[in-house]
Structure formats: C-alpha cells, structure tokens
Design a protein around this ligand. Structure first.
Ligand SMILES: Nc1ncnc2c1ncn2[C@@H]1O[C@H](COP(=O)(O)OP(=O)(O)OP(=O)(O)O)[C@@H](O)[C@H]1O
Length: 357
C-alpha cells in the first residue's frame, strides 16, 4: 500500500477520525466545507500532530503514537500544493522551482526540463511571482512541489482560488503529470466535477468521519452515498472509447466497457480514444415504454436495480442499462409510474459531459 493511515485528532469541538489506505494513482479526498480535509492534509504533512494513530507512506512510518515516531515536516518527503500559492516573492520562477530541490536519482523521471515543459512555464523562468497571473503562480507552485522529488504529492484545493477559465487550463496539466510521472497523489477538493475527472480512488469525508473509500466509479454509483458525493450534482462515471466520428453532425459515438453506445457532440477524436464521461442523475429521465420521436439521442433499455428517497420530494434510482446509471426523478413520477426494483425501464439521458479524454 502506498498510504496507510489511521489517525484521530480533536481540535476544539471537531473530531477527525480517519482510517484509510490508498494504492498508487490519484486519491481524492472529497467532502463539504468543514469536513476536515485540510486538517487531514496538515496532519499528514506533520504540521499538526495526531492525538493517536499511525501514518505510513510508501512503506515508511512517518508517525506512530505507540512507537513514539514523529518524523519532522521537512523529512517527510511530501510535496505540497496549497489553495493559495506560497511562492518566495524575491526569487524568480527559476529560483522558486529549484529552491529546496530534493535529492534526485538518475532514474527519477521528474526533471526540471520535463516539469517546465509539461506545466508550460518555460517563458516565465526569469519573472518574479508578483508579475504572474494566479494560474501561472499555481503552475509554478505545482512545479516546485514536484521538483522537491517527494514520495507523494498532496494538493489541497489547488484550483479553488482560480476562475473557471484558469481551472480548465490547469486540470489537463494535472492529468498530464499523472500519466507522465505516476507520482502518488492525494487530491483534496469539494468539487465533484474535478474529482470525477481526476480520481482513481475516492475517500469521502463528512464531519470528520470517513463515510466511504473505494474506486471512483463504485463510489459514484452508490445511492446511499449521494448526499456525500455531490448531492444535487451527483452522477455516474462511465469509461468509454470513441468508436466513430461523424463530421457533418460533429457527432461522436462512444462505446462503454459493457458494449453500451452513447452519442455526444464534440470535436473530432481518434477512434479508440478512451474517454471518461459523467452523467448527472438529474439529467436522466425515465419512461416505461420505448420512447419514439424524441430529440434525446441517448436512450437505454434496462431495469431499476435499487432506489431510495432523496432530497425533498425526489427519488434517487440506480439503474442497470448495460452499465450502472443513477437517475433522480420526482417522487410523484416515481409513484405514478409504479416503479420498484426490477421494473423494466428506458432511461433517457439529456446531457453527457466528457469529463476526461
Ligand atoms: N485549530 C483549530 N481549532 C478549533 N477548530 C478547528 C481548528 N482547526 C480546524 N478546526 C475546525 O475543524 C473543522 C474542519 O476544518 P478543515 O479546515 O479541515 O475543513 P475542510 O474540510 O478543509 O473545509 P474547507 O473545504 O472549507 O477548507 C472545522 O469545523 C474547523 O473550524
């Protein structure tokens, strides 16, 4: 295991109780404001000492109450990227990137040139942080964290101080880092969109308690977790591949792992390109009979697997339409349609967004 954590910490009236392990890849810690995400990150970093527990990263014990181990912050080999970039104002970008550079083994793929290239900061190297835009500063902060050659990268809401445009620029860079360097990453966020796009594993934190942990797709298709995994914006994640492109209609055909077909509009993509799709539960409508003469292109035949009551007057459903799909309809419709477990239905998907390609 890359990460093995069991810790308890009380600050004021808040209790954090986190037990989880994570493998390689990007593990997202998701939870609403005040869930304890930052406290968790600070505890891992060594800035806050747990009351009890142990922290192991890459087989190395960083903290263990019973064994009286508490490795200091600077010896933990954790690369940090915070919400607010913390660059040294008097150093150039180059100076910031090389400051505190950790020891580099020749086999380490994270080199100065590679980091500068992926983050697109080559033209900024001689500038001072004050002259950079927020997005540029955050890219430098990510570069600096990488070049400290950490064993793990912890990113605490790295995009939350940026506007939508800057976010859209930086998200693909974080993905590129993932595929290029394969550095285990703990990514803290309260944006279900970011997490659906980036995460291999999700940890759900609510009011200091771990609600669930597991592969992203599994967590997002659990009805009981909807209140913690996006609420109104909750939805399912679908991995698919491009199987054709029709230029006249800008229409892509995608095939899911189980053979389901989805149509979406978009730019040309090569056949075989893997894409990660997100379908929000509120964008799915249901019909008991086969819908005809309808503008909605994506219709799937399937059945109700499970359901539970959701927010005021709403019913949350898990469907099997060849792949798991969550849907949210009004309880009134649910009752009028006499839906229950195993009822055959047609699911009409009003919107599919490509979350990653
Ligand atoms: N030193 C402290 N003393 C008392 N309470 C604290 C202290 N530090 C954190 N808390 C409380 O612990 C809770 C968790 O805070 P934390 O910053 O970890 O939340 P978060 O999930 O990161 O939230 P956000 O998404 O808003 O950043 C909050 O209720 C906060 O007020």
């Amino acid at each position: 295991m890359m990460l093995e954590i069991r810790l308890k910490k009380t600050v004021g009236r808040f209790h954090l109780n986190a037990t989880f392990s994570a493998e390689h890849g990007l593990t997202a810690v998701f939870g609403p404001s005040g869930a304890g995400k930052t406290l968790l990150a600070k505890t891992l970093a060594g800035l806050v000492t747990p009351d009890e527990g142990h922290i192991e990263i890459g087989g190395r014990t960083l903290y263990n109450t019973a064994k009286n181990i508490n490795i200091p912050v600077h010896q933990r080999h954790i690369g940090f990227v915070f919400q607010e970039h913390r660059l040294f104002p008097h150093y150039s970008v180059r100076g910031n990137l090389t400051y505190g550079r950790g020891p580099q083994r020749s086999s380490n793929p994270i080199t100065f040139d590679k980091v500068v290239e992926i983050l697109g900061i080559g033209s900024l190297l001689e500038r001072k942080p004050a002259s950079l835009s927020g997005g540029e500063r955050q890219r430098v902060a990510i570069g600096r964290a990488l070049l400290s050659h950490p064993k793990i990268l912890i990113m605490d809401e790295p995009l939350s101080s940026l506007d939508e445009g800057r976010k859209a620029e930086i998200l693909p860079l974080i993905e590129a880092l993932k595929s290029e360097f394969d550095l285990p990453t703990l990514y803290i966020s309260h944006s279900i969109e970011e997490i659906t796009r980036l995460a291999d594993t999700i940890l759900l934190l609510d009011n200091g308690e771990m609600k669930a942990a597991g592969p992203t797709g599994d967590i997002l298709s659990r009805l009981d977790l909807i209140p913690y995994a996006g609420g109104y914006d909750a939805g399912t994640l679908i991995e698919a591949k491009v199987t054709s492109y029709e230029p006249g209609h800008h229409m892509l055909t995608l095939e899911t792992e189980s053979g389901g077909k989805l149509l979406i509009t978009g730019g040309a993509k090569e056949i075989g390109t893997p894409v990660r799709l997100r379908i929000r539960a509120r964008d799915v409508a249901l019909s008991k009979s086969e819908p005809k003469s309808l503008s909605i292109l994506n219709r799937f035949k399937g059945r109700v697997v499970d359901h539970c009551s959701g927010a005021e007057g709403m019913e949350e459903l898990l469907l099997d339409v060849g792949f798991p799909l969550t849907a949210r309809i009004t309880r009134k419709s649910f009752e009028e349609m006499k839906l229950s477990k195993d009822t055959p239905i047609w699911a009409l998907v009003k919107a599919v967004t490509i979350s990653r390609s």
